[in-house]
Design a protein around this ligand. Structure first.
Ligand code: BEZ
Ligand code: FE
Length: 297
């Protein structure tokens, strides 16, 4: 490339960067100037053609058209690019033995039913019963009583209740840890399902030979006074999708042993499941203090 061409390109970058010099909010200034530098570096690195630029605009336009208050294609795009997971990783710094966070996903709903300890969140969702138990503690092993534990998951066909198209509420609920920090409930064994892939993000995955499938998981959000809110999932050891989760949400420390149990074997709470097989999993949750981001790990 000629010196003249290089000069033209870098002068343009500097002009755009300088155009943000008078931004009153210093953080916005930092974001816009860094964005400008990285965006132009990308354009220059790949020598973007005008047709490719046009395709990119069409892609973003399609993402906007399919987005409404129920469908958020831009978050999905961020998810499949790993940007959601990277933002979570940056903002939930590793802290001692605290449980790792992962993506929130679009299927959490406020106002889930409260279930008592040992209750069933299934509410008619199809799937094999799964007994989930564990403790909530701080990073020194002290129990955290009365932590609010929200759980939600897809049914065995891979659908959340909000995708049924009616007002049913199932496979979601919240409970509180006991005085000794323990918790337990009946859920359903997690199964794999695809992220919504009937829009531009799905077409992007298809064009790049990627699958929309998420590894099987059960969502948790755990909140307690004085602790950092934990949004996470547990995954199923042995699931063949663990290494190619479409939104990069899997962490080794979140992969749990779901132990299959034969029909008729005694259940932890004496519940009679008739001729149904079931499974059980233990997930001990460790919460970081609310000030964890500012303390030394
Ligand atoms: C989920 O786990 O529910 C999810 C996360 C990211 C994108 C789509 C779904
Ligand atoms: Fe999910």
């Amino acid at each position: 490339m000629s010196m003249e061409q290089q000069n033209r390109e870098s002068q343009l970058v500097e002009r755009v960067v300088t155009s943000f010099d008078n931004t009153p909010d210093p953080r916005l200034k930092e974001l816009m100037q860094a964005l400008t530098r990285h965006l132009h570096a990308f354009l220059q690195e790949v020598r973007l053609t005008e047709q490719e630029w046009q395709r990119a605009i069409e892609f973003l336009t399609a993402a906007g058209h399919i987005t409404d208050d129920r469908r958020q294609e831009f978050i999905l795009l961020s998810d499949v690019l790993g940007a959601s997971m990277q933002t979570i990783t940056l903002n939930h710094e590793a802290y001692r033995n605290a449980t790792e966070a992962t993506v929130f996903g679009p299927f959490f709903v406020e106002g889930s039913p409260e279930i008592e300890l040992g209750g069933d969140i299934g509410a008619g969702a199809s799937g094999q019963p799964c007994w989930v138990e564990g403790t909530v503690t701080d990073t020194h092993g002290n129990p955290v009583p009365h932590a609010r534990i929200e759980v939600w998951e897809a049914d065995e066909d891979g659908f959340y209740d909000v995708q049924y198209g009616d007002d049913r509420v199932s496979a979601r609920g919240h409970l509180y840890s006991d005085g000794d920090g323990s918790y337990r409930f009946w859920g359903i064994a997690p199964t794999p399902y695809p992220i919504p892939h009937d829009g531009p993000v799905g077409r992007l995955l298809a064009a790049t030979g990627r699958s929309p499938m998420r590894a099987s998981h059960l969502h948790f959000m755990v909140q307690a006074e004085g602790f950092r809110t934990l949004v996470t999932h547990i995954f199923v050891r042995g699931d063949e999708l663990l290494n190619r989760d479409s939104v990069f949400g899997v962490r080794d420390s979140l992969v749990m042993d779901f132990e299959p149990q034969l029909a008729g074997s005694p259940t932890p709470d004496g519940r009679d499941l008739g001729d149904r097989a079931w499974s059980q999993v233990r997930f001990d949750i460790v919460l970081a203090p609310a000030a964890a981001a500012h303390e030394e790990a």
